[in-house]
Structures are given as structure tokens and as C-alpha cells.
Ligand binder design. Structure first.
Ligand code: 13P
Length: 288
């Protein structure tokens, strides 16, 4: 299949009350491991790269890699730019072939966030690209972006209505108690707030910082209306751990295939587990 935007697969997720899992990848190995998991679960998948991964790997490499993965796979694949604070970079990604972007104006004033997202929607929709935005502020560290706990801000349900109306955004990332990265204690999600937002807006809702959130909490969040869950940290950790294990046993190992293969297998296992929590297994058949 060709790369697709997230429009149809997320709208279908709203209708069917399930979520599509989105995974941050950094290289060919993590990409192939995620695609393998999605194909085995037969679900649409969102491959996302942060802006620092774009700088690390290069837009053209990423578009070519993920475009090839999409062509070879039996499930719909979206290439999404995660947490972009640099509008010029977002435009370059759209022009190069990304099919979905997130413009992150969560550190701006409300009016500035609205203006940024409106501008992004106008540009992206002309090119059949979907836009995600964040209202409120999710705490934690996501690559080069960091939000201290005191500066985090839960999403206001009434403001969400105004934001969606004014911007025309395709999907909305909401802050309900998750954080990017590793948690100090167990995260407590504000389910009432999630339900209130779900009642008031009909766009797909996105849960950032879904790594290390207990399975029951993810399942409940999906039941209450989350349609996209974002996983980055929980892929990075098993990938690195598997490589460390190889080098602990064989410090002289110098064949990348020998230390990347167990790392890829570890990522695929997590991917399949997270997709299971989203209730989206088998949904790729809707698109064939
Ligand atoms: P985690 O790193 O906590 O999985 O968060 C991922 C995320 O929300 C990416 O946008």
C-alpha cells in the first residue's frame, strides 16, 4: 500500500471505539520491528518521528524508508511528524511526503496555539495531510522538548470545543495525567476529564506519554474515547536492553545483525502487546 494520511483510520477508530497505536522510530531496525508487529496484528499503524529524529536521519531517508515499508506491507501505514515546534520543518516534511503532522503549540499562549494550528491545517489539508495539535500541556521529556511537572496543564473540555472549531484540526492530543518518558510513580489518569472531552468534541483524541502506563489504564482510556496512543520510551528501553545483553555475553561482537536482531524482536513484542490494548487487531482488513 501507499502511505496514507491518518484521516480515515482515526475517524474509523472513533466510530468503532478503538485506538490506533503510534510508535516513534529512529532507524530502519526500529521501523521494521514496528511494521512486523503491526502486520502480525493486522492493524493500521502510525509511524512517527520526532523533529530531532528528522534532524538525525534526514527527511528523505525517513520518507523513503517508511514509504518502502508501506509499499511492502499489507496494513495501512501513516508517516507522522511528532511534536513539531518548527513550522518551517513541518512544511518541509509535508512537501517531502509525510502524511500527517503534529504542530506543538502547547508552550504558546492559547491564541498563538490556535493561529499556528490554523495555519498548519490550511497548508496541510491542501496536500491531503492530517494535523494533530495539543491543547493543555503534557509533562515530561520527549527528545529535545521538556516540560516540568509544575508547568503541565490539564486540557479544559470547554476550551477543547473552541479550539477544534477555530482550528479545524483533525485530531487532538489531550493532557489528562500522562507524561512523556519514565514515571516516578504510577500515573493516575483523569477519566472524568477524558469523558467530558469525548462528549464535547468528535475529533479523534490522542494520548501522549503512553509508555509505562498500566495496561488497565490504557484499556480504560481507549474505552472512554482515546483513539491514538503514542509510545516512544517503551520501545527505546527494550531495544537498548537487548543490545546491552548481547554485549554483556559477547563483548567482542561486531556484527550489527547479531546485536540488532534480538533488539528488533524485543520491540516487536512490545508493539504487539500495545496494539492488543488498543483493540485494533484485525482492523487492517477494513482497508483491503
Ligand atoms: P513516551 O515516550 O512516554 O512513550 O511518549 C511518547 C509520546 O507521547 C510521543 O509523542
Amino acid at each position: 500500500m501507499e502511505l496514507v494520511s491518518s484521516r480515515k483510520i482515526l475517524k474509523d477508530a472513533v466510530k468503532g471505539n478503538y485506538a490506533i497505536a503510534a510508535f516513534n522510530v529512529h532507524n530502519m531496525e526500529t521501523l521494521k520491528a514496528v511494521i512486523k508487529g503491526a502486520v502480525e496484528m493486522d492493524t493500521p499503524v502510525i509511524i512517527q518521528t520526532s523533529q530531532s529524529t528528522v534532524k538525525y536521519a534526514g527527511i528523505e531517508y525517513l520518507v523513503a524508508l517508511v514509504g518502502t515499508a508501506a509499499k511492502l506491507s499489507s496494513v495501512p501505514v501513516v508517516l507522522h511528524l511528532d511534536h513539531c515546534t518548527d513550522w518551517e520543518l513541518a512544511k518541509k516534511c509535508i512537501d517531502a511526503g509525510y502524511t500527517s503532522i503534529m504542530v506543538d503549540g502547547s508552550m504558546l499562549s492559547y491564541e498563538e496555539n490556535v493561529a499556528l494550528v490554523k495555519k498548519a491545517v490550511e497548508y496541510a489539508h491542501l496536500r491531503d495531510v492530517t494535523v494533530e495539535a495539543e491543547l493543555g500541556r503534557v509533562a515530561g521529556v520527549e527528545d529535545d522538548l521538556s516540560v516540568e511537572e509544575e508547568k503541565s496543564l490539564y486540557t479544559d473540555p470547554d476550551l477543547a470545543v473552541d479550539f477544534v472549531e477555530k482550528t479545524g484540526v483533525d485530531s487532538l492530543a489531550i493532557a489528562i495525567g500522562t507524561a512523556h518518558g519514565v514515571y516516578k510513580g504510577e500515573p493516575k489518569l483523569d477519566y472524568e476529564r477524558l469523558s467530558a472531552i469525548r462528549r464535547k468534541v468528535d475529533v479523534p483524541l490522542v494520548l501522549h506519554g503512553a509508555s509505562c502506563v498500566p495496561d488497565e489504564s490504557i484499556i480504560k482510556a481507549v474505552e472512554l474515547g482515546i483513539n491514538k496512543i503514542n509510545i516512544a520510551t517503551e520501545l527505546k528501553m527494550p531495544f537498548a536492553d537487548a543490545i546491552k545483553r548481547v554485549f554483556k555475553e559477547k563483548p567482542q561482537e561486531d556484527d550489527p545483525r547479531k546485536y540488532f536482531t534480538p533488539a528488533m524482536d524485543a520491540v516487536t513484542e512490545v508493539v504487539k502487546h500495545k496494539i492488543g490494548l488498543c483493540s485494533s487487531a484485525g482492523k487492517a482488513s477494513l482497508y483491503r
